[in-house]
Design a protein around this ligand. Structure first.
Ligand SMILES: [Mg+2]
Length: 169
């Protein structure tokens, strides 16, 4: 009993509030109804494949609908460089690049930039250890999506194996 409780407690920060097949399958109306109007998106493998810098028409439509619907959007990426900056410009949303997810200050800074409170904010990403863990610890709601592409860096691959272990349980 004790060990089970301890295990559950240790696992808790790694469990997203919700799962979604992709960013297009998220129930944004439900988020809005809960007052969750600030969306913190991961970039790589969440909005686009890691090696891709193109903003798809589908994504442009989604973002413009969300903005019309009163949502505030920011992209937070641990990545940096021209691809990250131009992606934000093309998508019409601010980008916080060279971030250090899962560090808590990253989320705090992004939220301060947007004027968001914790109870209004959702972090959306494809990785438990970077996107879910940091946001969970701050008490934000989190959505884990399936990665857009299976092509990953080596260290990401190792993290993904650990993620699969956690998800299985
Ligand atoms: Mg990612």
């Amino acid at each position: 009993m004790f060990w089970q409780k301890l295990k559950a407690k240790l696992r808790q920060p790694f469990i997203p509030t919700w799962f979604a097949a992709s960013i297009f399958k998220i129930d944004y109306q439900a988020l809005k109804n809960s007052g969750l109007l600030f969306l913190l998106y991961d970039l790589d493998n969440t909005l686009v494949a890691r090696d891709d810098g193109q903003v798809s028409d589908e994504l442009k439509v989604l973002f413009s609908q969300l903005k019309d619907d009163g949502f505030k959007i920011i992209i937070i990426s641990n990545n940096w460089g021209h691809r990250v900056r131009s992606f934000g410009a093309n998508a019409g949303v601010p980008v916080f690049g060279r971030a250090a997810k899962p560090m808590g200050w990253v989320y705090k800074r992004a939220m301060a930039k947007m004027g968001a409170r914790r109870g209004q904010t959702v972090a959306i990403g494809d990785q438990i250890f970077t996107d879910v863990f940091g946001a969970n610890r701050l008490g934000l709601k989190t959505i884990l999506v399936n990665p857009v592409s299976q092509v990953d860096l080596v260290h990401t691959k190792i993290l993904r194996r650990l993620e699969r272990l956690i998800i299985k349980r």
